[in-house]
Design a protein around this ligand. Structure first.
Ligand code: FES
Ligand code: FES
Length: 181
C-alpha cells in the first residue's frame, strides 16, 4: 500500500473508532444509574453486558419472540428493539427488580406448581408480561391470557401450563384482594 493509502486507512480507522458516546441516567430497578453509551447500543445489551442483568434474555433480536421483555416507564417493552440512549431519564425494570412484588411472587409459585416452564428461557419475560396482564385485569379467562401472551414465544411448553399458572395466580390475587376489603 502507498504511504498516502496507508494514511487514509489510518484516518478512517480512527474516525470509526471514535464513536460519540451519549450520557444517560436511568432509574434501573429502583436505583439511579449513569453511563456513557454508544448510540446503537440496545437496551438489552446495556442491561446484560453493562449491568450484568442477565435475566433479560435474547432470542430473535428482531422484536418477535418477546424473551427480552422489560418494563420501561411501567409498560412492557422489547429491550432488543430499544436503544439504551432512548431510555435516558426513564424508569426500567427487569426481572431482577421484582423481589417482593406480590404479583410476581404469586406467579412464581403457580409457575412452579403447574410446571409452567421447561428450559426456562422464555420465563422471565413471561412473568413480566403475565404480571402486566393481571395488573391490567386482562387475565380473566384462558382466551384473554392467550391473547395477552401472543407476543411471548415459548418453544417448550405448549402454553397450556403457562395459561393455567397465570389464571390461578390471577384468581389467588383476586381472592386476596376481596378478603382484604
Ligand atoms: S429478543 Fe427481543 S423480541 Fe426476541
Ligand atoms: S420454557 Fe423453554 S422456551 Fe419457554
Amino acid at each position: 500500500m502507498s504511504e498516502a493509502g496507508g494514511n487514509a486507512g489510518a484516518a478512517h480507522n480512527q474516525a470509526s473508532s471514535a464513536v460519540r458516546l451519549t450520557a444517560i441516567r436511568i432509574r434501573l430497578n429502583g436505583s439511579a444509574v449513569a453511563d456513557d453509551v454508544p448510540p446503537r447500543l440496545s437496551l438489552a445489551d446495556f442491561l446484560r453486558e453493562r449491568r450484568n442483568l442477565t435475566g433479560t434474555h435474547l432470542g430473535c433480536e428482531h422484536g418477535v419472540c418477546g424473551a427480552c421483555t422489560v418494563l420501561v416507564d411501567g409498560e412492557p417493552a422489547r429491550s432488543c428493539l430499544m436503544l439504551a440512549c432512548a431510555c435516558d431519564e426513564r424508569e426500567v425494570e427487569t426481572i431482577e427488580g421484582f423481589a417482593g412484588d406480590p404479583v410476581i411472587d404469586a406467579l412464581r409459585r403457580t409457575f412452579h406448581q403447574h410446571h409452567a416452564l421447561q428450559c426456562g428461557y422464555c420465563t422471565p419475560a413471561m412473568l413480566i408480561t403475565a404480571r402486566d396482564l393481571i395488573l391490567r385485569q386482562r387475565a380473566g379467562s384462558a382466551r384473554e391470557i392467550r391473547d395477552g401472551l401472543a407476543g411471548n414465544i415459548c418453544r417448550c411448553t405448549g402454553y397450556t401450563n403457562i395459561v393455567t399458572a397465570i389464571a390461578e395466580a390471577a384468581r389467588e390475587l383476586r381472592r386476596g384482594a376481596a378478603n382484604a376489603q
